[in-house]
Write a protein that binds this ligand. Structure first.
Ligand SMILES: [Zn+2]
Length: 256
């Protein structure tokens, strides 16, 4: 006996929509699952733009480090105010400055994965994307003693290949909601004003404490100078605290 796929009953279908009896149930699964690739795509995590941790709680993040010059200055400010932050590090910098990574971890901050060498992940092969992320996981685990659970794509380029790796490795993709463009060095006052203007419950603030790709490959337009970022932090952090904000790291709270 045969079953017409459209009529769903044993019949000789003149249009040729034939399935063997017994395959009808499988057809249901197939219709829901389409191709394995499509099914996989539906499970990809969505980049998180805010932290869900209660009223007046937000998150500070610092990308492209660690830097032997600027990361310790950022850590000094955070320590002075008892604030924990997230550092999205590049794997090549982790290898260059392991002591800085160890201090980040020792002082209770979260270390996230920001790829190995800060490429546009959407321009790489799936294998190269996986290599960028996995190598950095391994480097942080080796140096810092813990494997990252947070990932931020360079340039916010959360390509499907990167999100697939996130799903495979249990990494949460973390975007941001407040971008003061500190990397462009617009002035510490401007950076602080932008952060204060954007701050709200759940905000994730994007900052940069390091230089992507190592000191030999500074971020475009930055020259690798993060002094404005540090000066801005010294300015806006006490203002936010006075306004009633507290700070957390995304890994401490489940996504929305
Ligand atoms: Zn970056």
């Amino acid at each position: 006996m045969i079953t017409c796929q459209r009529q769903r009953r044993p019949v000789h279908c003149p249009a040729g929509h034939f399935l063997a009896v017994g395959a009808t149930a499988l057809l249901g699964l197939g219709a829901a699952g389409a191709t394995p690739a499509a099914a996989r795509a539906r499970r990809l995590p969505t980049p998180e733009r805010e932290v869900v941790a209660g009223p007046m709680v937000m998150a500070l993040t610092f990308d492209d480090g660690p830097s032997p010059q600027y990361t310790p200055q950022v850590l000094d400010v955070l320590r002075a105010y008892g604030v924990r932050a997230t550092f999205f590090v590049c794997g090549d910098n982790v290898g260059l400055y392991p002591d800085v990574v160890r201090r980040i971890v020792a002082e209770g901050h979260a270390v996230g994965n920001h790829s190995w060498s800060h490429p546009h992940l959407g321009e790489l092969s799936a294998a190269d994307v996986r290599g960028q992320i996995q190598r950095t996981q391994d480097a942080v685990a080796k140096v810092g003693g813990r494997t990252p659970v947070l990932f931020r794509a360079p340039y916010g380029d959360f390509a499907d290949a990167a999100l697939t790796v996130c799903a495979d490795l249990g990494l949460r993709p973390i975007s941001w909601s407040v971008d003061p463009s500190d990397w462009a060095n617009p002035g510490a006052g401007t950076i602080a004003d932008r952060v204060l203007a954007g701050a709200a419950t759940g905000s994730i603030v994007l900052n940069h404490d390091g230089t992507e790709g190592g000191d030999d490959n500074p971020a475009p337009g930055s020259g690798g100078d993060r002094s404005q970022t540090v000066a801005a932090l010294r300015s806006y952090l006490p203002e936010l605290i006075d306004a009633g904000y507290s700070f957390t790291t995304p890994d401490a709270h489940p996504p929305r």
